[in-house]
Write a protein that binds this ligand. Structure first.
Ligand code: GAL
Length: 652
């Protein structure tokens, strides 16, 4: 599917039924295609165990469908009803501090609870049987934002029991576990699986393999929960697409694995909501306060599009100020349109806005919507109307495979969190920095998992692959793409041990590098790097002392080990022994792109350019006009891209 569909999240239960018909007519009148409903409706549909009140939801589905809208029904498992919690308080999640997280908001369940898994499947079956074949219900969302409010890791009794079973299955014998975890260290030996506790609230840091296994176990529970509901929906709702709304910037479970059980990967896009909590500098936060970081939308769309095997939806798009960040600024006028077109350019099939009308009561009163609570149109509604009109001007345009792939591996992110060695190690953020450096050069990317088929790429970048399986290393060795490899790659085995022949472990032959020592340096004590013939660049944080017989194209200038290699090039790989800042990173990227023959062009810092089939897109995140270099056949906008503006053209 190549057209842009538009939709909205709607909570009819918050409004008087007399308003539903008018809402539906207005939605259709605006050109919306989709309406997502019902993710928090369990207590309304089943007020007491076994007693069902479907009438109102039947009516809503009928009204929306008759208005010509496609309904996306959600299973309501993100908000179990109070009566269920009273019946089974053990469903509640437990925080890292060991305290039970109670009823009264949402996501108050523990993924490890088999009782809850059973109840979630029961209610999902009821919804699926009721609406699975309903002609107005065209797609299903399972639950809502699995890690919202940090609920993937839970330290309940159910988690303890489940983890012990998972370990027994993984290791077979307690002796194998002791060896693999290295429990001889600090004398933490176990004599049975029944002795093993959860890795929270300890005196000092837990055994790292223990912590990594708990992260893996918790991720597997999310997959199990999602997969069980997907199976129910496939049975009762044949032919309907099944999705879930992943979060932006969330790495707590293996999204590649969970996505394998979905038809379309959805995600929720809050570019301003996520800006202030990000690791950007204050200068950048200030610069992008009303636009969001220029690569926010692109990064998440590219990641989730690849996880969806080409199929991706934005299921919640920020419409104005949110209510949940530290500070909640308004987007600049034009940004809702820009974000929508950016999502489409990066492969979205549909963009849905959160939400139809601002709630006048309860937790999210300050959260804006397409309409204010009195029903009047807010800024976002006007921008959506504009997109609805503009989309008619575009031909179908499938997004092609990029020339550059970035590998993102969730266990590597968990591993570096567990053993950071540098309290400010940017970890997941490294992917976004490398992405930005390439996108500023106009290069398109696919963001793939470690098991992806890498054929057809000219360059594969591995920004943070602490754990690199022998399988991936073998695949990297056996094709001809060039590689750009960040520090720490292959530095730990899958059990979180140091490889026998030191880092980069299975990448030793490809990179021709041996890491002798790692250190991390405070920001007040930067080192200098000489790269090619450029003026020295400053670098702080992570540093590796490496030995190599290969070409050294960047060196540390330092009071310690002066001249040690910082950038090493072998026949197939460029290896970085540090984490460059944006300027050096861009120089490295240019050098690497020249080396592997991938074309690029310099863009002004706040402009982003991308392609979708025959269409080119330019997005201006800055405050000044940008004039595009050549005349083109413009379909939307023109050669001058105004601040917060969009231009779309077609290749002649
Ligand atoms: C999302 C959530 C929605 C709503 C929204 C507000 O995280 O899925 O239900 O709360 O945030 O921005």
């Amino acid at each position: 599917m190549n057209k842009l569909e538009l939709g909205v999240c709607y909570y009819p239960e918050q409004w008087d039924p007399s308003q539903w018909r008018d809402d539906a007519a207005q939605m259709a009148g605006m050109g919306l295609d989709w309406v997502r409903i019902a993710e928090f409706t369990w207590a309304l549909v089943e007020p007491r165990r076994g007693e069902f009140n479907w009438g109102w939801l039947d009516e809503v589905v009928g009204i929306l469908g008759e208005a010509g809208l496609k309904v996306m029904m959600c299973t309501p498992t993100a908000a179990p009803p109070k009566w269920l919690i009273d019946e089974h308080p053990e469903i509640l999640p437990v925080g890292t501090d060991g305290r039970v997280r109670g009823f009264g908001s949402r996501r108050h369940y523990c993924f490890s609870s088999d009782v809850y898994l059973h109840e979630a499947c029961r209610i999902a079956s009821e919804y699926a049987r009721r609406y699975g074949k309903n002609p107005h219900v065209h797609a299903w969302q399972i639950d809502n934002e699995y890690n919202d409010h940090d609920t993937v890791l839970s330290y309940s009794d159910a988690a303890r029991q489940g983890f012990r079973r998972w370990l027994a299955e993984r290791y077979g014998s307690i002796g194998t576990l002791n060896r693999t975890w290295g429990t001889v260290f600090w004398g933490a030996l176990y004599s049975s699986f029944g002795q093993i506790e959860l890795p929270n609230a300890l005196v000092a840091s837990p055994n790292p393999t223990h912590a990594l296994d708990f992260a893996r176990y918790s991720s597997d529970r999310v997959r199990l929960f999602n997969c069980a509901q997907a199976g129910i929906l496939r049975k009762h709702a044949p032919g309907r697409d099944i999705t879930h709304n992943f979060m932006a910037g969330s790495f707590e479970f293996d999204h590649h694995a969970v996505a394998a059980d979905l038809d379309v990967v959805g995600f929720d896009s809050y570019p301003l909501g996520n800006l202030l909590g990000s690791t950007l500098t204050e200068e950048h936060k200030c610069r992008y306060l009303r636009t969001g970081a220029p690569d926010y939308q692109g990064f998440h769309c590219d990641l989730y599009r690849c996880q969806g095997r080409g199929r991706m939806w934005v299921l919640e798009q920020q419409p104005g100020p949110v209510d949940w960040a530290q500070k909640n600024p308004s987007p600049a006028d034009g940004m809702i349109r820009l974000w929508t077109w950016a999502a489409y350019a990066h492969g979205a099939e549909a963009v849905m806005f959160f939400q139809w009308r601002q709630a006048p009561f309860a937790q999210e009163q300050y959260h804006t919507a397409l309409h204010r609570s009195d029903g009047s149109r807010d800024q976002a509604a006007f921008e959506v109307l504009q997109v609805a009109a503009e989309r008619k001007l575009l031909p179908p345009a499938p997004r092609a495979q990029a020339q550059v792939a970035m590998v993102l591996d969730y266990p590597s992110i968990w591993a570096a969190d567990i053993l950071p060695h540098d309290a400010n190690f940017p970890n997941a953020q490294i992917h976004r920095e490398w992405y930005t450096a390439l996108r500023q050069l106009g290069v398109d990317l696919d963001i793939v998992g470690p098991d992806a088929d890498l054929s057809g790429y000219a360059l594969v970048v591995l920004p943070q692959n602490t754990i690199l399986s022998a399988g991936l290393a073998a695949r990297l060795a056996n094709f001809d793409a060039k590689l750009l490899i960040g520090p720490r790659a292959g530095s730990k085995t899958e059990d979180l041990h140091t490889p026998f022949k030191l880092a980069p472990g299975p990448l030793a032959d490809l990179t021709g590098v041996r890491v002798l020592r790692v250190e991390s340096l405070p920001d007040f004590a930067p080192e200098a790097i000489s790269f090619r013939k450029e003026a020295p660049h400053e670098v702080t944080g992570w540093r590796e002392i490496v030995e190599t017989d290969h070409e050294v194209i960047g060196r540390f200038r330092s009071r310690y080990q002066d001249g040690s290699p910082a950038v090493v090039r072998s026949a197939r790989a460029t290896y970085l022994a540090m984490l460059p800042g944006q300027t050096l990173l861009r120089s490295v990227m240019r050098d690497v792109l020249d080396w592997c023959g991938v074309p690029y062009s310099e863009c002004p810092p706040d402009l982003r350019v991308t392609r979708r089939g025959p269409l080119g897109f330019a997005f201006n995140f800055g405050d000044e006009d940008v004039v595009l270099p050549e005349r083109r056949q413009f379909l939307v906008g023109g050669q001058v891209v105004p601040p917060h503006g969009v231009s779309i053209w077609r290749d002649e």
